[in-house]
Design a protein around this ligand. Structure first.
Ligand code: NAD
Length: 483
């Protein structure tokens, strides 16, 4: 039986169990039982975290890159060593099946490794001079300053890990605010960095009311960078706050990923990959495939097979059973959102082929749901569902598929399956998204940039971009003498 830790904040190197604004309950979404509580930071505690991050920045930005790398690499090693225990806590907090929780945690260690190594590699560049009197034009990437990192509950290790590692590698200090429902994962990740030898104050962790905390931290003149992962609506609000202080802002927001499935695609492998990926993390993934656009010749067969596979998924409390394939939704609000979405699907809006209801058992469970031929105007086809719901639409020619795929303001991930080289080239060029994957669904590797366009945000995390996002460009140009 996994014990849920006592959640503490980390402020100026001190672990703080008591919130100045009280505490908030933490509930296991698989059985709705209270498993613990987390402190709610007061403004005074936030100010202490800001002061620590300010001092931490002076220290860390002047620490040689090789030393920053060594601390970050050690944190990744500790995360790998502790992955099993952390994954168990993740399942308790947000319901993710164990194999997925473990994969997320070890994958996050790889992300930390990659970003830490960038600290050693990013040396800036020398630009050729235009006159004999000029000795040097040196362009460097300077750490931007204390960063505020705001993360959601759906990947409670991966998302904080890539923000923290990018910030620390670049020489920034940081204040992390995790989602209200998953503070223990954030605490265990923070412990890895502190146990790796990170100096006090360089990384701080605060919990509590998201609106109050984000407004207070973003408004502070100490904060120079804000990185947020979450909904488009909140991202726009936070972007407006960051703009008032001319602060760098990286929003990684919602998506509504299309999947174009051509007639030439390997049918069995494609439908298996679609079913496995759609219901990963119960569909609560910003790059989850949600709009399946299928060539008419294979449409009926695809709907039938996708639905059959979705109904075979083992659903349950993953904290009790490692063979569970789909856990609960993260909180009651997500079930209500799914029910609301289903309520909108009546009449000519689409046919519910399978699923469509909440499970009649304790916990926030919702059935894997397949909807055939949803109308283009339906809520399912226009709003991010963020749950275990797939809409499947037939298309007649590839241009029509691309038109539907590109019809929304979201642009995070897009996918396609085809055996045709021509089609693959055309789709890679014309699908409008920050990330396009053809014949697979993996867009989150440590080495490659992860980010969207349009209403899905801007900027990238992971890859070299995940480091550069915490820097600003500086030119130093030196002449022999005054002209
Ligand atoms: P929600 O908007 O209540 O919360 C989502 C996340 O945003 C939480 O982590 C919360 O802490 C944070 N948040 C909310 N208001 C905030 C504020 N003012 N300042 C800072 N952080 C704030 O919605 P929910 O029902 O919990 O989640 C569902 C929605 O959130 C989905 O529609 C989805 O778009 C979005 N979401 C996106 C991602 C992603 O990876 N892009 C992850 C989780 C949630």
């Amino acid at each position: 039986m996994t014990a849920y830790p006592q959640v503490k904040m980390l402020i100026a190197g001190n672990w703080v169990a008591e919130g100045g604004d009280g505490e908030m309950p933490i509930v296991n979404p698989a059985n709705e039982e209270r498993i613990g509580s987390a402190p709610k930071a007061s403004k005074a505690q936030l100010d202490a975290a800001l002061a620590a991050a300010d001092a931490g920045f002076q220290l860390w930005s002047n620490t040689p890159a090789i030393e920053r790398f060594r601390v970050i690499r050690r944190a990744a090693e500790l995360l790998r060593e502790r992955a099993e225990g952390i994954a168990r806590v993740m399942t308790l907090e947000m319901g993710k099946p164990h194999a997925q929780a473990l994969g997320e945690t070890t994958g996050a260690a790889d992300l930390i490794d990659f970003l830490g190594e960038e600290a050693k590699r990013q040396g800036g560049r020398l630009v050729p001079v235009r006159s004999h009197n000029l000795l040097e034009q040196r362009v460097t990437q300077e750490p931007v300053g204390p960063a505020v990192l705001l993360t959601p509950w759906n990947f409670p290790i991966n998302l904080p890990a890539k923000k923290i590692a990018g910030a620390l590698a670049a020489g920034c200090s940081a204040i992390l605010k995790p989602a209200e429902t998953t503070p223990a994962c954030a605490q265990m990740l923070t412990e890895c960095f502190m146990d790796a030898g990170l100096p006090e104050g360089v990384l701080n962790l605060v919990c509590g009311d998201p609106a109050m905390i984000s407004e207070h931290l973003i408004a502070s003149p100490i904060t120079r960078k804000v990185s947020f992962t979450g909904s488009t609506a909140v991202g726009k609000q936070l972007g407006a706050l960051a703009a008032q202080g001319m602060k760098r802002f990286t929003p990684e927001l919602g998506g509504h990923a299309p999947v174009v499935i051509g007639e030439s695609a390997d049918f069995d492998r494609t439908v298996a990959a679609c079913a496995a990926t759609k219901f990963r993390n119960a569909g609560q993934v910003c790059v989850s495939p949600t709009r399946f656009l299928v060539a008419r010749g294979i449409y009926d067969k695809f709907v039938a097979e996708f639905s059959a596979r979705s109904q075979k998924l083992k659903i349950g409390d993953a904290s009790q059973d490692d063979s569970v394939e789909m856990g609960p939704l993260a909180h009651a609000g997500r079930v209500a959102a799914m029910q609301d979405l289903m309520g909108s699907m009546g009449g000519d809006q689409g046919e519910i082929v399978s699923g469509g209801t909440a499970l009649d058992r304790p916990g926030h469970f919702f059935e894997p749901t397949i909807i055939a031929s949803p109308s283009p105007e339906s809520r399912l086809m226009t709003e991010e569902p963020f749950g275990p719901v797939a809409g499947i639409v037939p298309y007649d020619d590839i241009e029509e598929a691309v038109r539907i795929a590109n019809s929304l303001r979201y642009g995070l991930a897009a996918y396609a399956f085809t055996a045709s080289l021509d089609e693959s080239h055309y789709l890679g060029k014309s699908l409008r998204a920050g990330m396009v994957a053809i014949n697979h669904f993996a867009v989150g590797s440590p080495e490659t940039p992860f980010g969207g366009i349009g209403d899905s945000g801007f900027g990238s995390e992971s890859g070299v971009e995940g480091y550069l996002g915490y820097t600003e460009t500086k030119l130093v140009t030196v002449a022999k003498s005054a002209p």
